[in-house]
Ligand binder design. Structure first.
Ligand SMILES: Nc1ncnc2c1ncn2[C@@H]1O[C@H](COP(=O)(O)OP(=O)(O)OP(=O)(O)O)[C@@H](O)[C@H]1O
Ligand SMILES: [Mg+2]
Length: 339
């Protein structure tokens, strides 16, 4: 992976000027050696901090046109993996290959847009000044930056906020501005690290609508998230836990191949610990106002739960089998790994 020397230089300069924004290298171009079907190809990627492997021997591929979700809880290693992908930190082992098919769009360079987890735009600059800053980093002339900014601000619904200071934008708008900047080079691939973290549900929905629109226009998307509901929106999902890649599949295949049944229970249980200890109950998790209980067989599971609650004098408001969510699948897969 080679980097555009001029841009790398601009990133270094920005980092020196803004030491608090070490991720201000949020946009960079990569030059690619050869064409291929995979936009991202990672083999045995490992990162150790001291003796602990934060990313542990990860092998995965992201195909062109995918919305690929890197899903895992806090500390799973998502950001570390993404930083290695983007060349911000050096792997302890393994390889990263980013492939762009130059014939696909007639450009010899394929670009990558990167949006780091931490907000790394400049709060004391306006929306348009931030965009112009990143336009210069990309070596775009003023007219091109202006033209692309108009198109992108339209897509991200920020047209009316061009002269607002970034610090004065709402959380969701800040993220949309960061996305706008990441798209300025018209990348084939965008890598977004928890772009909706801490953003309200309505803005998250709007953000995902924008991602779908970009994907429809041919942009491949790698997006990390710890929101399991967002995993459902991806075409492919890589589940990460404690530095390891646990499984990769489409949400539909994950569900189709799930070997267990999920029972949803709504009951006023003061001390629910006993649920997980009942015979035949593999796992009991609390989801909002309901429990999701994993069993091998639905009918016998329902009988065991009903008998147990009745014997304790607990009224059951709802008990039924439901399709598994990605979160149910995550819990089962992680437990299998731990065995
Ligand atoms: N520079 C570092 N030095 C030491 N440990 C680190 C460093 N960077 C990350 N880690 C550790 O690696 C683990 C994974 O961190 P990482 O930020 O990659 O996880 P994550 O999946 O992105 O989590 P989150 O969802 O909270 O962003 C954490 O335990 C973290 O403390
Ligand atoms: Mg992270």
């Amino acid at each position: 992976m080679k980097f555009d020397a001029q841009l790398t230089c601009a990133i270094k300069q920005a980092n020196e000027e803004y030491p608090d924004h070490s991720d201000s290298c949020l946009l960079y171009s990569a030059l690619f050696g050869k064409a291929g079907d995979f936009m991202i190809n990672i083999n045995g990627l490992t990162k150790k901090f001291g003796r602990i492997a934060t990313v542990n021997d990860v092998t995965m591929r992201v195909g062109r046109g995918e919305i690929f979700g890197l899903v895992g809880p806090d500390g799973a290693g998502k950001t570390t993996l993404i930083r290695m992908l983007c060349g911000i930190i050096t792997p302890s082992g393994g390889t990263v290959t980013l492939l762009g098919d130059s014939s696909h769009n007639g450009r010899s360079k394929s670009h990558i847009g990167y949006m780091p987890q931490r907000f790394s735009l400049y709060g004391d600059l306006t929306v348009m000044e931030n965009i112009n800053f990143f336009g210069r980093m990309y070596d775009l002339d003023k007219n091109t930056t202006g033209q692309r900014a108009s198109e992108l601000l339209e897509i991200t619904n920020l047209t009316g906020f061009k002269s607002r200071l970034a610090d004065n934008l709402s959380g969701g708008m800040k993220q949309k501005l960061a996305l706008t900047c990441a798209l300025l080079s018209r990348p084939d691939l965008i890598i977004l690290d928890e772009p909706t973290f801490g953003v309200d549900p309505e803005s998250r929905k709007e953000f995902w609508k924008i991602l779908y629109r970009l994907n429809k226009d041919g942009v491949t998307i790698l997006v990390s998230t710890s929101y399991m509901d967002e995993a459902e929106l991806c075409k492919k999902v890589a589940i990460m836990n404690e530095g390891k890649l646990v499984a990769v599949d489409s949400p539909a295949s994950f569900k189709k191949n799930f070997a267990y049944k999920i029972l949803e229970l709504n009951a006023d249980i003061k001390e629910p610990e006993f649920l997980g200890t009942l015979p035949g109950i593999l796992d009991a998790d609390f989801f909002g106002d309901r429990y999701h209980i994993r069993v091998a067989e639905a009918n016998s599971g329902m009988k065991i739960i009903t008998d147990s609650l009745v014997s304790r004098g607990i009224e059951i408001t709802l008990l039924r089998e439901v399709p598994p969510t990605i979160e149910d699948i995550f819990v089962a897969l992680v437990e299998r790994e731990a065995v």
